[in-house]
Design a protein around this ligand. Structure first.
Ligand code: GDP
Ligand code: MG
Length: 176
């Protein structure tokens, strides 16, 4: 799903990670600059499309949300199909969500080839006072697994655009 007719690009990016790490809010922050304090498990909406400019070219970015499937460990292969980028998200204030990252990477690897651009995202960095995962722990895991790494806050809109833009840029460099 890299190039459409007419030289226009379409990139599919999936957002994965444990329940309530902030996946849907990262997506709504990126797509609509919105944050929801009381977001329920995502129902219905499957993806959001955004047009992003890279080197003067319009790139259509389709970001997929899990629609709550991750609660039941039932993210389907259709979800991953055609993905060229992935944000693998944990919550810096909940260690178990960080410990799940390897499992999410395994799942990504079974469904997608290794060329998928990957970003490890430590979300909720506004919750410094109750942090359970240090920046170094995040960095080290990212290095080990050869992922990009960033900490974000969907709440404060910190680094959200940047996290998507780095992934989009890497995909673009691969296909252009
Ligand atoms: P998902 O299940 O991974 O899609 O997580 P949601 O986006 O539904 O968010 C789960 C909960 O975490 C909600 O109550 C959000 O308001 C909250 N949340 C999401 N992102 C942040 C963040 O960056 N900081 C803080 N403090 N809360 C967040
Ligand atoms: Mg959600």
């Amino acid at each position: 799903m890299a190039e459409e007719g007419g030289g226009e690009y379409l990139f599919k990016i999936v957002v994965i990670g444990d329940s309530a790490v902030g996946k849907s809010n990262l997506l709504s922050r990126f797509a609509r600059n919105e944050f929801d304090h009381h977001s329920k498990a995502t129902i219905g909406v499957e993806f959001q499309t955004q047009v992003v400019e890279v080197e003067g070219k319009d790139v259509k970015v389709q970001v997929w949300d899990t629609a709550g499937q991750e609660r039941f460990r039932a993210v389907t292969s259709a979800y991953y199909r055609g993905a060229v980028g992935a944000l693998i998200v944990y919550d810096i204030s909940r260690k178990p969500t960080f410990e799940s990252i390897k499992r999410w990477l395994d799942e990504l690897n079974t469904h997608c080839d290794t060329a998928v651009s990957r970003m490890l995202v430590g979300n909720k960095c506004d919750l410094e006072s109750i942090r359970e995962v240090s920046v170094d722990e995040g960095k080290n895991l990212a290095e080990e697994e050869r992922l990009f790494f960033i900490e974000t806050s969907a709440f404060r809109a910190t680094n959200v655009r940047k996290s998507f833009e780095i992934v989009i840029r890497e995909i673009y460099d691969k296909v252009s």
